[in-house]
Design a protein around this ligand. Structure first.
Ligand code: WT7
Length: 657
């Protein structure tokens, strides 16, 4: 683990309070309102969460105990019975929202669809009935490997409806990465599409799945359900593969929701860690429903007429919590876009905002930086006056990007919510509330009510303001992950042991460095472990190293992050070769392609540097700090006395010039 560096702490002083007019229309209208709610929640978290659970969600049966906390094991709303698809759909049908748009979808080639709550409910019920017909039962895991089409949300809700935990795998992951995840989750059925549109090309999803399942690669998978999207020819294996549009014919649009225990598994989502394979983050039903519901409601200050657009992919937690579950649980209109900005259509986001009159727009700093690069003439050519609130997520936002976003996209009048959270936290943890919190560019500001966050040293001591340390959470919250799927020990080690309990209080270790300023605002500085953040995508350096050494030419590999203007960080790999191989550009390309095959295009190293040796300590540990310096083109700083062989470093430095 590396120390958070003080140099990287932003020293931004500008303050942007919400306008009085904006604040007056919000649910939480002032900093005093926020503070009052925050203090009430802090004084009695159990009473706070209980009252929200009662007011905001439908429960089939009440809980008998709000919280059971046997660190690190946590349970919320014990004994409560609930179904998140009921809260996202059925309960709205009894209100005027029945015919309100639930999901607006825009396809990359320009096709579009809109589902009202009543229509979405029918689709989900039919989908759920087809899953049942294929033998899926409560508790069976279902893999979802789909493009950004309405069926992705429909499939998730259908799984939730029948109590089959889903595991969504991002469509950009390769067959190998997909296989690892399906194996770990022991999926019984996989939902995929013939293909999906991305950057004017078809992503051949079914073909990738066929590779993953070839030679009985994932023995647990008995059935595959295929959605027709792109229409190209694919192989359909008789008995295993089925078309959704064929099976749905004549299927009942009625499917009563399964009564789920609050702590029943809702989904597994894989994310990268410091060591080993990606871990399956486990989220359960009641707490996740509650936490995503209330964070969506307050952070985006949802109003009934809002068109809300989060640009994430449903393959990531942001898509789960803030495209599908949070917005629908609130009865909002959520917009989904299949594509991404691309050379043939760099202005596509602004076209969509104008076309649908989007009011709330939630995206990532890396996207904002690429918009800046493409040029402000694209957004300025569109009418973006419908926007009233902007959000960002995924990595620290640099103040320049924040200011550009505020001025050019927000017309200078939209508050920006910079939301800090993680796959593990289920929902947003540190964030402004738009009508209450004066914002500072680059700071995620203050913890959400019910969240006790702090910055501590490695012994768990609270640090004074303005001192860099480790970000921790001190009290359980309903949306927190419950365990690592199939590996409770890894859960304990990763999140609860780096920093020991302090005075009997367990501290959730987030893996981020941070500091608090004099107003108690949090400034998140990035990961302190061997996780890198490339365009808001989280990757473990070890995963990429394992991919590299699985190539026959590679003897040893060390991967570090290096600063990148658009992506935030890029992947820099140091590679030593087996004796009979020579460094060359073509080998470098081959290795990059090999990583794409093993993991996916998001893990393609930006640069590979061949070297005769890696700088190691006498005990054989690679000195990553030195490699990070070299990758950033900086001089090596700090102590190098523990190096086993100094000449290795000297040679690497020479290569730099
Ligand atoms: C890591 C979690 C949660 C959705 C997207 C990423 C970084 C996330 C912020 C932010 C500074 C941020 C952290 C965190 N991160 N949001 N607003 N400011 N850093 O989820 O893949 O689980 O990654 O993303 O480093 O630990 P994830």
């Amino acid at each position: 683990m590396s120390e958070p560096t003080i140099e990287s702490i932003l020293q931004e002083q500008r303050l942007f309070p919400p306008s009085a007019e904006f604040a007056s229309k919000c649910q939480i209208k002032s900093l005093e309102d926020y503070q009052q709610i925050y203090e009430r929640a802090k004084a009695d978290p159990v009473a706070f969460w209980e009252s929200i659970a009662t007011e905001e969600l439908h429960w089939f049966e009440p809980w008998h105990t709000v919280l059971e906390w046997k660190p690190p094991e946590v349970k919320w709303f014990l004994g409560g019975k609930i179904n998140i698809s009921y809260n996202c759909l059925d309960r709205h049908l009894q209100t005027w929202r029945r015919n309100k748009a639930a999901l607006i979808w825009e396809g990359e080639p320009g096709d579009s669809r809109t589902y009202t709550y009543a229509q979405l409910h029918r689709e989900v019920c039919q989908f759920a009935n087809v899953l049942k017909q294929l033998g899926v039962k409560k508790g069976d895991r279902v893999g979802i490997y789909l493009p950004m089409i309405p069926e992705a949300a429909i499939a998730m809700l259908a799984c939730a409806r029948i109590g089959a935990p889903h595991t969504v795998v991002f469509g950009g992951f390769s067959a190998e990465a997909l296989k690892d995840r399906l194996l770990d989750a022991q999926a019984k059925l996989v939902i995929t599409a013939d293909g999906g549109w991305r950057k004017d090309k078809i992503v051949p999803l079914k073909e990738q799945l066929d590779l993953a399942l070839a030679q009985n690669g994932v023995p647990s998978v008995a059935q595959v359900l295929v959605v027709a999207r792109t229409g190209q020819t694919i192989q359909m294996e008789p008995g295993r593969d089925h078309w959704w549009h064929e099976l749905r014919v004549g299927i009942s649009p009625d499917c009563p929701p399964e009564s789920m225990d609050s702590e029943d598994l809702l989904f597994i989502l894989y994310t990268s860690g410091t060591t080993g394979k990606p871990k399956g983050v486990v989220h359960t039903t009641g707490g996740y429903n509650l936490y995503t519901h209330i964070t969506t409601k307050w952070i985006f200050d949802l109003q009934d007429t809002d068109i809300y657009w989060c640009t994430a992919d449903v393959g990531w937690i942001t898509g789960h919590s803030y495209i599908v579950y949070g917005p629908l649980s609130n009865g909002a209109t959520t917009l989904m876009y299949e594509g991404v900005p691309r050379p043939s259509n760099p202005g596509c986001f602004w076209d969509i905002i104008e076309k649908y009159g989007v009011n709330i727009f939630y995206t990532a700093p890396t996207a904002i930086r690429s918009f800046i690069k493409m040029g402000e003439h694209y957004p300025l050519a569109r009418n973006l006056s419908s926007l009233r609130l902007l959000g960002t997520v995924g990595e620290p936002i640099n103040p320049e990007a924040w200011i550009w976003y505020h001025r050019i996209i927000g017309g200078g009048h939209c508050p920006i919510v910079d939301t800090w959270w993680q796959t593990e936290t289920g929902g947003v943890m540190i964030t402004p509330l738009p009508g209450a919190t004066p914002t500072k560019p680059g700071s995620a500001t203050l913890p959400f009510p019910g969240i006790i966050a702090d910055v501590v040293d490695l012994e768990g001591n609270s640090l004074p303001n303005n001192q860099g340390g480790y970000l921790v959470i001190k009290h359980p919250w309903p949306g927190m992950m419950r365990t690592v799927y199939g590996d409770p020990d890894r859960f304990r080690r990763t999140y609860w042991e780096h920093i020991p309990p302090k005075d009997g209080q367990y501290l959730y270790f987030a893996g981020d460095g941070a500091r608090k300023d004099d107003q108690g605002y949090f400034w998140v500085m990035g990961r302190v472990d061997d996780v890198i953040n490339v365009s808001g995508h989280r990757l473990g350096t070890m995963e990429i190293e394992s991919a590299l050494v699985s190539h026959k030419a590679v003897a040893e590999a060390a991967v570090v992050g290096c600063p990148d203007e658009i992506k935030g960080e890029d992947i820099f790999a140091f590679v030593t070769l087996e004796n009979n191989y020579q460094p060359s550009d073509s080998l470098s390309d081959e290795l990059k392609q090999h990583v794409v095959k093993e993991i996916g295009a998001i893990a393609r190293p930006g640069q590979i540097r061949f070297t005769d040796g890696l700088p190691k300590t006498r005990s054989g540990k690679i000195m990553r700090r030195l490699l990070r310096n070299l990758a950033a083109g900086q001089d090596v700083v700090g102590d190098t006395s523990t190096l086993e062989d100094r000449s290795v470093l000297d040679k690497l430095r020479e290569q730099d010039h």
